[in-house]
Design a protein around this ligand. Structure first.
Ligand code: AMP
Ligand code: MG
Length: 421
């Protein structure tokens, strides 16, 4: 049989060059659109403070009490009425003492001193404290050297937080330190957002469950365990939606059932425009498809749509791209839907321990980590290299324009911790 006379397409020197007529959405534009379109979807409940870490405040919390509630001593020592001028000072001691939780009853007369221990409320007649290390005690008197400013070694009532002031604002993702603050200002229960339920679905005929036997052409589902744990560590409620075959009806059934159980769905795989890319096809069919060709590496394609009322993030199948898209796009969007507002990851400018020449036109995220005060990147940019994700401790973000990075040039490093991980 003779071969048909078909001309192959002309060679291109950049396999990522834009197909004619396709426009790429810059990362910032895609983010701005998400930020504008999405709204809070979670309900509200009250929880005891002890169970509130990692939850999102649904309303402003005001201090019920000042911190500290009353003026107290910051050190162990002797209290009296200040100030003390330059030179030596000898004061008679009154009987008794003031300790944390056990106040001194009565008034310390002018020109007298009283024993005070750290955290004790200042007795009446005391506004200044001398450290015990700086005194000599003899025959019922305390002797030390001035000068000492009035108020030395004491803390004022409300110097940290004043009763009635805003302790923490609505939208705050409560940290361990926040629990200390709220306890200190007398708050025992908080109104928080119900946790956003995020469904995770893998798609692809080639996928098998880790632990099962894998035949030729089959691969283990790497995205579901990763995405479920990312969702959980980012502070949301992960819901395992399992795997769907590359079959439109099967996938449709999965989405219909999922929409009942979750607030938002993350799928991976099947998001391009290929024959087996049923996620994008279904969303397109539902008439709610925003198919984005985002100028991002690694990461395209990202399909965004709404299934019924439920937003769907159609992440790329490639695990490296799936994780980058989750951190860069899904996390701020999910945070907003969860009630915490749009969350920008905090990055740091660090000297590069690598060299790289980058063409203009798209933003790039490299798997990176900090060693010896420099940003190292994984030895391969191959987007199938899952080991690089695991090696990395964050991402180096290289802006959309061209760059010629030399050793020691500053690059933006975003630690995984900045994404809440
Ligand atoms: P797709 O976006 O479906 O075209 O998939 C792109 C690449 O990612 C293919 O090589 C898939 O086999 C791979 N892939 C898709 N889903 C997963 C998954 N859950 N775990 C590991 N690799 C995947
Ligand atoms: Mg696929």
């Amino acid at each position: 049989m003779s071969k048909p006379d078909i001309a192959p397409p002309p060679l291109r020197n950049d396999c990522f060059a834009l197909p004619a007529g396709v426009s790429w959405t810059p990362v910032d534009e895609a983010l701005a659109l998400l930020r504008e379109k999405l709204t809070v979807v979670t309900g509200i409940e009250n929880v005891p403070l002890m169970q509130a870490a990692g939850r999102i405040l649904a309303s402003d919390v005001l201090a019920k009490r000042s911190n500290p509630p009353q003026a107290n001593t910051a050190v162990d020592g002797y209290g009296f009425a200040g100030p003390v001028p330059d030179g030596s000072c000898v004061l008679p001691l009154v009987d008794g003492r003031a300790a944390a939780g056990i106040p001194f009853r009565g008034e310390v007369p002018l020109g007298h001193a009283v024993r005070v221990l750290t955290g004790a409320a200042l007795p009446q007649g005391v506004d200044t404290v001398i450290l015990e290390e700086d005194v000599t005690l003899e025959r019922g008197h305390v002797a030390f050297r001035g000068p000492l400013k009035q108020g030395a070694n004491t803390r004022n009532a409300g110097e940290d937080v004043v009763e009635g002031a805003l302790a923490l604002p609505a939208g705050r993702w409560l940290t361990s330190a926040d629990l200390a603050l709220l306890s200190a200002v007398g708050v025992a229960e908080v109104s928080v957002r119900k946790t956003l339920r995020v469904g995770v679905l893998s798609t692809g005929d080639e996928l098998v469950e880790p632990g099962d036997s894998a035949g030729p052409g089959q691969i283990y589902d790497a995205n579901r365990p990763m995405l479920l744990s990312l969702v959980e560590r980012m502070g949301f409620d992960p819901v395992d939606l399992g795997r769907a075959a590359d079959d439109r009806e099967a996938l449709k059934l999965h989405l219909v059932q999922a929409a009942e159980r979750v607030d938002v769905i993350l799928t991976s795989g099947g998001a391009s425009a290929g024959d087996e890319d049923h996620v994008s096809a279904l969303l397109r069919e539902a008439g709610a498809m925003q198919e984005w060709r985002i100028a991002l590496k690694p990461g395209r394609p990202l399909a965004l749509g709404v299934w019924g009322q439920t937003p769907v993030f159609g992440l790329p199948g490639n695990p490296v791209a799936a994780m980058v898209c989750t951190l860069i796009f899904a996390r701020p969007a999910l945070s907003l839907m969860a009630g915490a507002g749009w969350q920008e990851p905090q990055g740091f400018d660090m000297p590069a321990a690598f060299e790289k020449r980058k063409k203009p036109g798209r933003r790039e995220y490299l798997r990176a980590r900090i060693r010896d005060g420099k940003a190292e990147v994984f030895h391969s940019e191959g987007s199938g290299r899952i080991s690089g994700l695991s090696w990395a401790e964050g991402l180096v973000e290289i802006e959309d324009g061209a760059r010629d990075i030399k050793q020691g040039d500053l690059v933006r490093f975003i630690p995984y911790g900045s994404f809440g991980l």
